[in-house]
Every structure is written in C-alpha cells, then in structure tokens.
Design a protein around this ligand. Structure first.
Ligand code: PSU
Ligand code: MN
Length: 309
C-alpha cells in the first residue's frame, strides 16, 4: 500500500528537477489566525515564497489525501471558520487519513508529510514548545519531538512567550536538535527580536545554514534543524507590552476547564489577538512573510549545493 499522497503538479515538477520548494503548514490557517486574515495571509505567504524564487507547498489533509500544494479553493476551505477541520499532529494524522477526513497540519504533521514528499525546508510562524507550568501539566508540544525525528529544516520566529522559552531550548538540546538564529546571538521571542536567552548557535548567511543541513544528512543523523529568524523591526511588539497580556491569557486558560491539550495553543493565540486589539496578528503576519523569504533562500542554497541548478 502506498501513502494517500497528492503532490500538486508545480511542486512535483520542482522536486523532480531539484528546484527549491518550501513547505507551509495549515494549522496556522485553521486554528492559528482569525478569519479572513488567515486566508489572506496564506496567499501572501505563498506569493512571498514565489517572489524569492522557490515553489510553495502548503500541506493539509483533504478528504483523506495528504495534499502537498493546495488549490485556492482548498486554502479558502481550510480557513472557513464554519468548516470542521481537525488539528493534526503525529498522534492523529494516520487516523484522519484512514477515515478520509479533513485536517490542518501542525508543524509536526507538516514535517512528516513534507518529508514523505521529499521537501527539505519548511516555513512557519511559531513552533509549539514547552508550555509554562509544564512541570505540572506535562504540556510539551509534539513539534519538538518531531524535530528530533524527521529531516526537515523549520524556519520560525523563535518561540512565543506563551511558552517557557528556556525550557523549550533545554528540551531541544536534550533531543539533539540544532537551533540556529539568523543574524543575531539572542534567540528571538516571536513578537520581539530579543529574549532573555542566547541562541545555541548563530548563522549570518543562508549558505552556512544550508551547508549544516547538508552535512547533517551526509552524516546520516536523523532529525531536522530549527532556524530562528527574528521578527522585522517594523513588526515588533515590545516585551513589556506583551508580558501582562500573555499572563492574562494564561490565567484565563487555566480558569477554563475545557482548555487543555490541543485546544491550549489556539485558545491563547485567539485571546492574545483580542487583548492586543489585533496588533499581535499584524506582527504575526509580518514575521511569517519574513520567514517565508528566508526559507526560500535556504531552499535555493540547498538546491545549489546539490549541484543541479
Ligand atoms: N504557534 C503559533 N501559531 C500557530 C501555532 C503555534 O504562533 O499557529 C500552531 C502550529 O501549527 C504548531 C501548533 O505546530 O500550533 C502547536 O500546537 P501544540 O502546542 O498543541 O502542539
Ligand atoms: Mn500541547
């Protein structure tokens, strides 16, 4: 039995010719951003990848098919607030495919399907990580374990301050995941360029990153690479503005009985959007576009290193 995989013709052609391809996730569309900015952003991110000279491949499960490269109608359906779209991670991906369901892929599930399709680079906004209070709740995102397993480089804007950033970096180190920040020594904190943490490593060119990815493959080491790309200055929200808002959102989540497990991250993102009166969303869109550009450049360098362009 072969996996139920549909690769869009432009993506398949690029992969066959070793042209650069960038995978994009769909949970950010279905569960990470409000309508209609979710759909508008998904289209803009694809355009940003194309503008930098790579082919975008947004990934989702549609009627039981792992779909690599989505039509505009599919993007619109995933972003429809009335559509029933499951949030898929490593746990529930196979069951959703088996029952011919529809699902949006998190970072973990997108990595699995990108790898199945032969895509090496993936751009997103924020990854899941170790939640604050994880010493009691044990809430650690499957995204971190996926980075230890699956050979896909993930470009993000660092970890959100809804997470415990020092613990997230500790777990990544324990799992042997390389973490590289682009262009600065501080690990970025999603809405802000700075955090209280130093990045485990820094790269100042995309070629350095591509060479490290290639060497990891040459050594036969399993797992991916996390690349943290600081939010552009113009899109930043200062940490002291975000701190009380994040604290309030977390307090509300703790006071709401049904908010745990996979519902936690979407709840926090939605409350922070409301409490910042939309500013968090504008920042989020700015940083995702920035990550799409960087991921496309890394994908181009990887194709160049493979020597077929
Ligand atoms: N962080 C964001 N925006 C998002 C997500 C995380 O800033 O949309 C989504 C991603 O799809 C990520 C998932 O993979 O949430 C993590 O969910 P959890 O914490 O339940 O593992
Ligand atoms: Mn979780």
């Amino acid at each position: 039995m072969t996996p139920p995989l549909d690769i869009a013709p432009d993506v398949a052609e690029a992969l066959a010719n070793n042209q650069p391809v960038v995978a994009l996730e769909s949970t950010i569309i279905s569960h990470g951003m409000p309508y209609p900015q979710n759909i508008e952003t998904a289209r803009k991110v694809e355009a940003a990848v194309r503008a930098t000279g790579a082919t975008p491949a947004t990934i989702a499960v549609l009627q039981g098919r792992a779909t690599i490269g989505l039509s505009d109608a599919a993007l619109a359906r995933l972003g429809d607030p009335n559509a029933q779209i499951e949030k898929l991670s490593r746990t529930n991906l196979a069951a959703c495919l088996a029952r011919k369901g529809d699902g949006a892929t998190t970072v973990a599930a997108t990595m699995i399907l990108a790898h199945l399709a032969g895509i090496k680079v993936f751009a997103t906004g924020g990854i899941g990580g170790v939640h604050r209070g994880a010493e009691l709740s044990f809430d650690i995102s499957a995204d971190l374990y996926e980075l230890a397993e699956t050979p896909v480089a993930v470009v993000c804007a660092g970890a959100k301050a809804i997470l415990d950033i020092p613990k997230t970096l500790e777990v990544l180190e324990s799992l042997g995941v390389p973490v590289t920040t682009f262009g600065q020594t501080d690990f970025p904190a999603f809405w802000s360029r700075q955090s209280t943490e130093r990045s485990p490593s820094t790269a100042n060119t995309t070629l350095e990153i591509a060479e490290a990815i290639q060497m990891r493959a040459t050594l036969g080491l399993k797992g991916g690479h996390l690349i943290a790309n600081p939010i552009p200055h113009k899109d930043e929200i200062p940490t002291d503005e975000m701190t009380p808002i994040i604290a309030q959102a977390i307090d509300e989540a703790e006071a709401t009985p049904d908010i745990d497990g996979p519902a936690m991250t979407p709840f926090l993102l939605q409350r922070i959007f409301e409490l910042t009166e939309g500013r968090s969303l504008a920042s989020n869109i700015g940083l995702v576009l920035n990550n799409a550009h960087l991921a496309a450049k890394i994908a181009k360098d990887l194709s160049d290193l493979a020597g077929n362009r």
